[in-house]
Write a protein of this length. Structure first.
Length: 276
């Protein structure tokens, strides 16, 4: 598969200072197809979020060209965002064998289409007690003024500074969710490779997964992700992404899986609490 268009969008967004100056409020929620309501995979989730940051889209809704035309919209002169369709098929020579494939296609944000949106209320999804995510994961949290944000796989423990030490509540929550994504990699949960020493390639890969997961979890929970504060985080991975575009796609997929795990465990905990 040709990753050039995807890589071009990601790298140009990372290198463009305007990408990191988000001053608007977006509709909470992960990005999805407006017609089918399908929530995008990790890779497409990342692509649509980056496009939104770069071009200022506030709605997380996207359409294919055909869907735009079918709904009476128009995207003449608009710049499409590349996405990937992941599918599978049967081997023509051996029907018992299947194969997977990835096919690029274009999508447009609903704000580019001229399609009138029905009134959409801004949902209040932010948690009053963000540490409930850790509770749902059954991860211990220690907060103290002298702590740096960190996760210890050997102790299955998140350490955090005090909430008041952060510039804002959103900054506190986004940092905490970064550590929660790390915790999903524990062998008792999603069992990612957490053995990389500081400064190693494996360590860097896990950090990338955690930061992308924090972006996705913030979107899910209505937390404003401070792009400028985290720009250096993404810029530090430019060389790795340029040398191996699949590195980006794998990290995005792992981050999406980690986000889904956090939300499923949280939803399950809330369900049991209501039943109690």
């Amino acid at each position: 598969m040709n990753y050039d268009r995807i890589l071009d969008l990601v790298m140009s967004a990372m290198q463009d200072e305007t990408t990191w100056r988000k001053t608007w409020q977006s509709q909470p929620g992960l990005h999805q197809n407006w017609v089918t309501k399908h929530v995008y995979s990790g890779t497409n989730q990342l692509m649509t979020m980056i496009a939104s940051w770069k071009y200022g889209y506030t709605q997380p809704y996207w359409l294919t060209y055909k869907q735009v035309i079918d709904l009476g919209g128009n995207v003449k002169g608009q710049k499409a965002t590349p996405a990937i369709y992941f599918g599978s098929g049967k081997d023509k020579k051996d029907e018992d064998k299947t194969y997977k494939f990835a096919k690029p296609y274009n999508i447009f944000n609903i704000e580019q289409t001229g399609i009138e949106l029905p009134p959409i209320e801004m949902r209040q999804t932010k948690l009053e007690r963000p540490y409930e995510i850790a509770q749902a994961l059954n991860v211990e949290v220690e907060s103290a003024p002298h702590h740096n944000p960190s996760y210890s796989p050997s102790r299955d423990l998140i350490r955090m500074p005090m909430p008041g030490q952060f510039e804002s509540d959103d900054a506190h929550q986004s940092t905490f969710y970064h550590e929660c994504i790390h915790a999903t990699g524990h062998h008792s949960r999603l069992d990612r490779d957490m053995t990389g020493a500081f400064g190693s390639e494996d360590y860097a890969k896990e950090e990338f997964v955690a930061e992308l997961g924090s972006v996705f979890l913030c979107a899910e929970l209505g937390v404003t992700y401070d792009l400028q504060q985290h720009a250096s985080y993404f810029n530090s991975w430019q060389k790795a992404i340029e040398s191996d575009p699949k590195y980006l796609l794998k990290a995005a997929t792992a981050a999406r899986k980690a986000t889904e795990y956090c939300m499923s465990q949280f939803t399950l905990m809330r369900k049991y609490d209501k039943a109690a």
